[in-house]
Design a protein around this ligand. Structure first.
Ligand SMILES: Cc1cc2nc3c(=O)[nH]c(=O)nc-3n(C[C@H](O)[C@H](O)[C@H](O)COP(=O)(O)OP(=O)(O)OC[C@H]3O[C@@H](n4cnc5c(N)ncnc54)[C@H](O)[C@@H]3O)c2cc1C
Length: 412
């Protein structure tokens, strides 16, 4: 057992939500903590998340909450049991900020912004005694020491007792998380899954005619039917946006893991749109078949079913002339319009990434290949939909890595 008089010196590399949480927990546990980050300030992706209304967690029942991590639910469960959705809210309240639950169950800071939260949090982390070292890019190890490049072109080394890596995934490289740690850890014998886009949009080969008229238009009430990982149909209702070259938005992101994997395996995949999810197929068929006199089919659809704008454009885009003028086929297509997705959007622009350090490379959060090195956050191989699940698991794994490091030291 180490003497409690000898300080336990820990380097936390990466100052996103996972690293900040790890650093704070370690310092509160008595460790002497140095936090390194490649950027000039911490939490840049966290701040970006706040621009579109930051969900910090989700208020659905916990039994449902933990299933949102799919295959990683089992591995994350102990971390989430220790620091789950209510703990996240209590943590934010403890920083002097309020939270509220939106109609979708997502939990937001009251002003929906990340900046006040980050400011209060960094202040609290500093108060615990954590030393911040900005513009220190971790390059790997040399003779057991950590190597960092610093702005003057030089390098510094550090030899802490333990290391927590919280280096993020591989999207939005300009905010710091560029996945450059992947070859470093591979070189150390750590088992990794390739980084892949998650919570992403997809490319569709829209005609110039369609995209020039409808790019940027949201579909507010729509359902998407897609195949899940087992080939079973899943149906989700919500909203998405038609883009210049495809589709994006919360409804698409929610299905994106399965769609990405299908495209990787099959070259493309198909989703089916229900343009009128609140009306039955029979009702739609009846309305389409009503006599329309001299009216065009387009104005008939608008007056009987309210189909106009981007929804009307999609029918024109995805159906042949013959299908559009055949009432039975048109009615069926309104409830199940096929759209072929050809590509996931590039990894750098997506909300999060799948892949990274595989669970079987870990003992708890410690790398089996590198005792005394722990990992946290998005760099571990898990993924989850948007809605606060990402941040909750980053916070929880940051705390778990810090506690594992403290326990490892005690056992040493
Ligand atoms: C547009 C957008 C909106 C989002 N909205 C939400 C939301 O509302 N709710 C939600 O739950 N999640 C949201 N997310 C996802 C969430 O922000 C991330 O999952 C989370 O920030 C990941 O935390 P992390 O600590 O693992 O990594 P990061 O936040 O990526 O932090 C990693 C840190 O490591 C540093 N780093 C990387 N490599 C090195 C190196 N070699 N040397 C030194 N430092 C290094 C980086 O500079 C960075 O500071 C959003 C993401 C985006 C892009």
């Amino acid at each position: 057992m180490q003497s409690s008089l000898t300080p336990f010196r820990v380097a936390v590399i990466g100052g996103g939500p996972a690293g900040l949480m790890a650093a704070q927990t370690l310092a509160q546990g008595g460790a002497q903590v140095d936090l390194y980050d490649a950027m000039a300030s911490v939490g840049r992706k966290f701040l970006l998340a706040g621009r579109s209304g930051m969900n910090i967690t989700h208020a659905e029942p916990y039994v449902d909450f933990v299933t949102r991590y799919g295959n990683s639910s089992g591995a994350l469960r102990p971390m989430l049991d220790a620091f789950g959705p209510q703990a996240v809210r209590d943590f934010v309240h403890g920083l002097g900020l309020e939270t509220f639950v939106g109609t979708s169950g997502r939990v937001f800071p009251t002003d929906m912004k990340a900046a006040p939260l980050l400011r209060a949090w960094v202040h609290a982390v500093r108060e615990c005694g954590v030393q911040f070292h900005m513009r220190h890019r971790w390059l790997g190890w040399q003779d057991g020491a950590l190597r960092f490049s610093v702005p003057d072109g030089g390098e510094v080394v550090a030899r802490p007792d333990a290391v927590i890596l919280a280096l993020g995934g591989g999207s939005w490289a300009r905010l710091g998380s560029d996945g450059s740690w992947m070859p470093v850890l591979a070189g150390r014998g750590v088992d990794l899954s390739p980084l892949a886009p998650s919570n992403c949009g997809f490319d569709v080969a829209w005609s110039e005619h369609f995209s020039s008229r409808h790019a940027g238009e949201p579909l507010m009430t729509v359902a998407v039917i897609a195949r899940d990982a087992n080939g079973q149909e899943m149906r989700k209702q919500g909203q998405f946006v038609v883009t210049q070259g495809g589709v994006e938005g919360s409804l698409i992101y929610a299905l994106s893991a399965a769609l990405r994997d299908q495209i990787a395996a099959e070259g493309s995949t198909t989703i089916w749109l229900d343009l009128l999810p609140d009306l039955s197929a029979e009702r739609v068929a009846d309305e389409v078949a009503r006599p329309r006199g001299a009216r065009s089919m387009a104005s008939h659809l608008q007056s009987r079913l309210g189909i106009k704008g981007v929804k009307a454009g999609l029918l024109r885009e995805c159906l042949s002339k013959e299908q559009f003028s055949d009432e039975a086929q048109l009615a069926r297509a309104i409830k199940r319009l096929p759209v072929r997705l050809v590509r996931a959007r590039p990894i750098d622009e997506v909300i999060s990434t799948a892949g990274g350090v595989r669970w079987d490379a870990l003992q708890g959060t410690m790398l089996k290949a590198a005792p005394g090195v722990f990992v946290a956050g998005e760099m571990i191989d898990w993924e989850a939909p948007t809605g606060g699940y990402l941040l909750t698991a980053c916070f929880a794994s940051g705390i778990a890595a810090a506690r594992d490091a403290l326990a490892w030291r005690t056992a040493a």
